[in-house]
Design a protein around this ligand. Structure first.
Ligand SMILES: [Cu+2]
Length: 164
């Protein structure tokens, strides 16, 4: 009876770990991080379409101070020196125009789509989010499948252990 209780405990632990991992993977797959490079006095890509909950990281590659500053006051990176970066998670769908305060002709736009809609082809026709999703999914799925296999093997070992 003692051995059986221990086995049940191990099973429960393993299952809990599996569930946590699956939930974590789903969350990772849902929330992506996108990069905007500030280079040669321009934001690249100038227009970026993301999903609510995604994070955008601006990185300044110029030897000159730039900013990523919302035209409506929604956000402001402050001064970014060379190789400095600024990250922001967008939770509210909408279109966010921004510019560089020292160089107002440098402009950019973040389009945040609702998280619930399964991303139909965006009105702007931006291929960037699709490419990002395509590159992220296989890695996460492979990771998930790998852990399920390891977990399954662990379960099989525990279950098949001879009873005393
Ligand atoms: Cu600038």
């Amino acid at each position: 009876m003692q051995a059986s209780t221990a086995r049940r405990g191990a099973l429960a632990l393993l299952l809990a770990a599996l569930i946590l991992f699956v939930l974590g993977s789903i969350e990772m797959a849902r929330a992506a991080t996108h990069a905007v490079e500030i280079s040669d006095f321009a934001f690249s890509p100038a227009t970026l379409t993301i999903t609510a909950g995604d994070t955008v990281t601006w990185t300044n590659s110029d030897p000159v101070v730039h900013t990523a500053t919302s035209t409506t006051g929604a956000f402001d990176s402050g001064d970014l020196a060379e190789s400095e970066s600024f990250s922001l998670t967008f939770t509210t769908p909408g279109t966010y125009d921004y510019l560089c305060t020292p160089h107002p002709t440098m402009t950019g736009q973040i389009v945040v789509q609702p998280a619930t809609t399964a991303a139909p082809s965006p009105a702007g026709g931006g291929p960037i989010p699709d490419v990002a999703m395509a590159s992220e999914w296989p890695a996460n799925l492979a990771l998930l499948l790998g852990l399920l296999l390891v977990g399954g093997a662990g379960l099989a070992v525990i279950v098949s252990r001879p009873r005393e």
